[in-house]
Write a protein of this length. Structure first.
Lengths: 100, 325
């Protein structure tokens, strides 16, 4: 069967689509924006007009796992995800300079 | 395929409580989390404990797994190898996600897991549904797809084999295998998701099927390392090329060869940037060349004499000046 494929970047997800993709309620995604796990270009717009890309889906999935596997609340999850991306950025930089 | 002992993977007893399982999982997850672990097999261990937790923390899956384990223990598999679950082993069980259990993302689970719970090619296969008339859109599913760097650059068509558990007309779960042709668009980057509309689990009561999300991963390449949309390659140069500067020819991921100027006085670790020769997309990444000075071997008289002549010509050069010794 030939499937219709789209890279999220070319057709960003709506709030409802992101929520469904991570098995959560819309309101949970709104909370992710409130605690700044997700960043939207126009936070003052009504949530129905927000759009999300691959990196957002990845972070939302990671937040969902932290919540489920460790009972982390979303503020703690936000901090963990920020530390994780900082760690990966520093490691990439070390690689780029031949230090790791 | 070996039978997987999920209890020993988590180091808990067969009668462990939910709380024991949660605690054991959290302890091991901290030990083997790939971002912090120093263990060589951290990735594999993390996958194993994720899989064990997924099964043992779900009442229905755990009960079905226990029944299967009993069957194997009673000699269901004489040589200790596990081939496939016996027919009808899962009768009476329905695997479905409870509220708050999160996404069915079993991208990294084993073949053993797939053979029992119906997930393959990275596709989460749980998602049986309660019986009776009701309407619900099918669940979205997650899987990973690993492609070569060349496929990421040029795009490709890949065949993906998926096995998922579905509910038949009599309300019984059964495994359904299907093959999908997936079109990988050119310029895709690692960490991006490809969405396949309507390829998740089927809906109920006339509602549409869910979607399938494929996370793109790029297989390690012999020459190029991928960092986001940028690529890195080590560029070996001779001491002469580094000292005096040179034009060298390098391969690029698109297959084209390009001439690059190594600047005079180039040093180890110096980065040269080939603009927009990285992965494509709206804002193409760059290709970085990391200079690595390779010493010619001093394995003949002429080479040894040349090294000695170089030392004589640069008497004030002291690479250990800063050591103060």
């Amino acid at each position: 069967m030939r499937a219709v494929t789209t890279v999220i970047e070319s057709a960003p997800l709506t709030l409802g689509e992101l929520a469904r993709a991570v098995g959560a309620e819309d309101q949970w995604v709104v909370r992710l924006v409130e605690v700044e796990i997700l960043h939207v270009d126009t936070p003052s717009d009504p949530p129905e007009r927000w759009h999300f890309r691959s990196a957002d889906l990845q972070r939302a999935l990671a937040a969902r796992r932290l919540e489920r596997d460790f009972g982390a609340n979303l503020d703690a999850a936000a901090l963990i995800l920020d530390l994780q991306s900082e760690l990966r950025r520093v490691r990439a930089l070390m690689h780029a300079h031949g230090l790791a | 395929m070996d039978f997987k002992d999920y209890y020993s993977a988590l180091g808990v007893a067969r009668d462990a409580s939910d709380d024991d399982i949660r605690k054991a999982y959290r302890k091991l997850a901290r030990k083997y989390h790939p971002d912090v672990s120093k263990e060589a097999d951290a990735d594999a261990k993390m996958r194993e404990i994720n899989e064990a937790r997924d099964v043992l923390s779900d009442k229905e899956k755990r009960a079905a797994y226990d029944q299967l384990a009993d069957h194997v223990a009673r000699g269901g598999s004489p040589d200790g190898r596990f081939r496939q679950p016996p027919p009808g082993w899962d009768e009476g069980y329905e695997f479905h996600r409870g509220p708050g259990q999160g996404p069915a993302d079993h991208a990294d689970f084993s073949e053993f897991f797939s053979s029992i719970f119906g997930s393959r090619g990275g596709m989460g296969g749980m998602g049986g549904a309660p019986r009776g008339p009701y309407r619900e859109r099918g669940e979205d599913h997650h899987a990973a797809i690993e492609i070569s760097l060349e496929d990421a650059l040029h795009g490709a068509e890949r065949q993906l084999s998926l096995r998922a558990q579905e509910i038949d007309a009599q309300g019984r779960p059964r495994l359904v295998e299907r093959t999908l042709d997936v079109k990988i668009p050119p310029g895709v980057r690692p960490g991006q998701y490809i969405r396949l509309a309507g390829q998740g689990l089927p809906g109920h009561g006339g509602e549409p099927a869910g979607d399938l999300y494929l996370e793109v991963r790029i297989a390690p390449h012999r020459l190029f390392r991928v960092e986001g949309s940028d690529l890195y390659m080590t560029l070996p140069v001779t001491p002469t090329e580094a000292a005096l500067g040179a034009q060298v020819t390098v391969p690029t991921p698109s297959g084209a060869r390009v001439d690059v100027s190594v600047p005079k006085g180039a040093r180890n670790g110096m980065k040269l940037r080939l603009k927009e020769r990285g992965l494509g997309g709206k804002t193409p990444g760059h290709l970085y060349l990391l200079i690595e000075i390779a010493l010619p071997p001093a394995d003949n008289d002429a080479a040894r004499a040349a090294y000695q002549a170089l030392a004589k010509a640069t008497p004030s050069f002291d690479p250990r000046l800063n050591l103060g010794a």
